[in-house]
Design a binder for this molecule. Structure first.
Ligand code: SAM
Ligand code: SF4
Length: 334
């Protein structure tokens, strides 16, 4: 499959009205998932009909527009991106956007299909992986994800053996896995795998999230301090604040709820049905797929994207709390 658009000679970075330049796009390959994480989706989710999802050509055309407007890093997500049948071909096609200025092609996954697919994904051009691991205790893991732990551990092992850079992500929820802070840290540190704890965000089924279930960055650090010497690193533009433990291991905390990083946000999101969300907490997305399918020109699509990005809201820091909208995290592409 050829790349649809020629590279632009002059790149206009996408910028919002607060002066935040966009460099990263999260691209959802599917809203489907083989897990049922309770912080992410309803127990009985309604999947998008197949005909509403972007096919590979459409995905590539929209991704090209973003990269030609200054996006340098693409992260493939979902749902579970590895459930998409043509995921390897998607990675290969998107990897060719390096000719347009793409610097990094990453993926966030639950890891279960890595043993089958990772070699081909690396061959196709994948640069790095984030794998979700919320507990190293089987009972805790299943209570959160409603699925067994072993396939995820096998996926992590496969990724580690491959030599590809890997990070682990753990969402903490009070009463479910808050007792996993030290076990997860010991486990990841012993394997020298970077770990990031993520505060539970109000992005699941409406009405489910409660503030008291958030395990805050402060609480995570208190727990770690009982066992490790902790030194904070200066906070950069990345969402995670990094901490050195015993001067030998770096761990991150993504504290969207208690210390939002919206002022530096350089991200955009495109759902599997081609809707642009300028913020995780945006009330609405903007449909780019319908105009693409009805033949809108590249210049018109570019204009839509620029306008939408310009009007991006200040973010969670300005309007904290749950957002009233039908789409949950698995549909948004976390
Ligand atoms: N299925 C893949 C996975 O689980 O890694 C990719 C999609 S998942 C939506 C992306 C990330 O969002 C995961 O690390 C997941 O833990 C995180 N996530 C989902 N719901 C969340 C929530 N309500 N609060 C914080 N993080 C959440
Ligand atoms: Fe699936 Fe990932 Fe959501 Fe869990 S967090 S339900 S693995 S999309």
């Amino acid at each position: 499959m050829g790349i649809a658009f020629e590279p632009l000679l002059v790149k206009e970075p996408l910028q919002d009205r607060f002066g935040r330049i966009k460099r990263k796009l999260r691209l959802s390959l599917t809203d489907r998932c083989n897990f049922r994480c309770r912080y992410c989706m309803p127990e009985h989710p309604q999947w998008l009909p197949g005909r509403e999802l972007m096919d590979r050509e459409e995905l590539l055309r929209l991704a090209t527009l973003f990269v030609d407007n200054g996006i340098e890093e693409l992260r493939l997500t979902g749902g579970e991106p590895l459930l998409r049948k043509d995921v390897v071909a998607c990675v290969a096609a998107l990897s060719r956007l390096r000719e347009h200025g793409l610097k990094r092609l990453s993926m966030t996954t639950n890891g279960t299909r890595l043993p089958a697919l990772l070699d081909d994904l690396i061959e196709a051009g994948l640069d790095d992986l984030n794998i979700s691991l919320d507990a190293v205790d089987e009972g805790r893991f299943q209570a959160l994800t409603r699925r067994p732990l072993a396939p995820v551990l096998a996926g992590i092992e496969k990724a580690r053996d491959s030599g590809l850079p890997v990070k682990l992500n753990a969402v903490l929820i009070q009463g479910y896995n808050d007792d996993q802070i030290l076990p997860l840290t010991h486990w990841a540190k012993a394997r020298d795998l970077p770990l990031r704890f993520i505060e539970y965000m109000p992005l699941d089924e409406p009405g489910r999230w409660r503030e008291e279930q958030v395990v805050s960055e402060a609480r995570i650090l208190d727990t770690l301090a009982a066992r490790y010497r902790i030194e904070a690193r200066p906070r950069g533009a990345a969402p995670a604040t990094e901490y050195r433990l015993d001067e030998s291991y770096t761990l991150g905390v993504i504290s969207t709820v208690t210390r939002p990083f919206c002022a530096d946000c350089d991200r955009l999101r495109l759902t599997a049905n081609g809707h642009l969300y300028t913020c995780l907490f945006a009330r609405q997305g903007h449909d780019l797929l319908t105009p693409l399918r009805t033949g809108e020109s590249e210049a018109q699509l570019r204009c839509r994207i620029e306008q939408r990005v310009w009007h991006k809201d200040a973010g969670y820091a300005a309007t904290p709390g749950p957002v009233d909208r039908p789409i949950t995290m698995h549909g948004m592409g976390g």
